[in-house]
Design a protein around this ligand. Structure first.
Ligand code: PLP
Length: 378
């Protein structure tokens, strides 16, 4: 018998309110009861998104909402600019390719954030670019993107700005309207503290014109259908009822805490995690633009990174994430997103210290926990 402590960048732990709501008997979706649920979910999502635009709910993982963005905004033969600073930026490029859209790629070294001026330059050089695809938090590297600065640039052009906020929404600031984001995509299993299975997408008026004009083949993910239904407080197809009911519990929790407090809590957890790593003599992978939702750390020389993650998980029940693709075995990622608190971080750091010690890494035992505690005490 062992506890399972999740410190991964999705899925994230589920609050008891979510578990309770999921256990309720199911209700039918074409009813006044469920209409009230849709209304509450829709209003709550607007609060979290900081938008007055419609936010559509899809029964899919976050990638489904990314696909919805690509096919609803662009047609085969169109050109898009994709920012590739890691595995999730690459997904935008792959999605464009899959649907016959030419992707001009802004290649960014993994671990660095894109320079917004580079986007300005590329937009100027090619006025055919109809959409700019970015990532709020590049979960594969732990990097946060300056969406506010990019929004200012894209706003002045005919192009729309699309943000993958799958990891980050509800945990770090994203002012969708103020920062001129035309479509923001998210998912249920990260900052929103739900199981996987819901995708979300907001659409601005500027983007809605592209949705109407797109010639890409689409059916389930057709946002014209989603819009028509939402205008009647309905969904086009059977919604994920057992996820949307807990969603309204989560949205209530978020509203009660307030976004400002939630962002401050994530910042503190990120600061404590970074301090802990420094205390252990470990180097951050992305020190110049670290996100407050996941901290990427270089595996020290002589230590088997994959074994480290595996031992923490399989022997002690503490799950962190390893590196993806070219970073496999080279970094580990310690997430502090969603229903995570101070003592979850302490437990995670303590487990990391234990396994590092067993693997022969030399440091002063307790130094990471001490450094984290000092941040939390401030
Ligand atoms: C997790 C994640 C995704 C993938 O979402 P799925 O729900 O697995 O489809 C995409 N982008 C980012 C930034 C993510 O963190």
């Amino acid at each position: 018998m062992r506890k399972n402590i999740l410190l991964t960048p999705g899925p994230t732990p589920l609050p008891p309110q979510v578990l309770e709501a999921m256990a309720r008997p199911i209700i039918h979706h074409r009813t006044p009861q469920f209409q009230a649920v849709i209304k509450e979910a829709s209003d709550g999502l607007k609060y979290v998104y900081q938008t007055s635009n419609d936010v559509f709910m899809l029964a899919s993982s976050g990638t489904g909402a990314m696909e919805a963005a690509v096919i609803n905004l662009l047609s085969p033969g169109d050109t898009a600019l994709t920012v590739q600073a890691g595995k999730f930026g690459e997904r935008w490029t792959e999605l464009c390719k899959a649907f016959g859209i030419t992707a001009e790629v802004v290649d960014v070294e993994w671990g660095k954030a894109v320079d917004p001026q580079e986007i300005a330059k590329r937009l100027k050089a090619n006025p055919k670019i109809k959409a700019v695809f970015t990532t709020l938090c590049e979960t594969s590297t732990g990097v946060a993107t300056d969406i506010a600065a990019i929004g200012k640039i894209v706003k002045e052009t005919p192009a729309v700005l699309v943000v993958d906020a799958i990891s980050g929404l509800g945990a770090i600031d994203l002012k969708s309207d103020e920062w001129s984001c035309d479509a923001v995509v998210s998912g249920s299993q990260k900052g929103l503290m739900l199981p996987p299975g819901l995708g979300f997408i907001s659409v601005s008026l500027k983007a809605m014109k592209l949705v109407e004009a797109s010639k890409s083949p689409r059916y389930y993910f057709d946002l014209r259908k989603a819009k028509k239904a939402l205008d009647k407080t309905d969904t086009a197809f059977t919604p994920a009822i057992t996820l949307i009911i807990p969603l309204i519990e989560v949205l209530k929790m978020i509203k009660e805490d307030g976004l400002t407090n939630i962002f401050a809590r994530h910042k503190k957890m990120a600061d404590a995690t970074k301090a802990a790593m420094k205390g252990l003599g470990l180097e951050l992978f992305a020190p110049t633009a670290p996100s407050d939702v996941v901290t990427a750390v270089k595996v020290p020389v002589g230590i088997d990174g994959e074994k480290l993650v595996k031992t923490m998980r399989d022997t002690y029940g503490v799950t962190i994430a390893g590196g993806q693709a070219e970073l496999k075995g080279k970094i580990f990622r310690f997430a502090h997103m969603g229903f995570i608190e101070e003592f979850d971080i302490i437990t995670g750091v303590s487990c990391l210290e234990k396994v590092l010690t067993q693997m022969g890494y030399k440091f002063s035992l307790g130094a990471g926990v001490k450094a984290a505690e000092e941040v939390f005490l401030k």
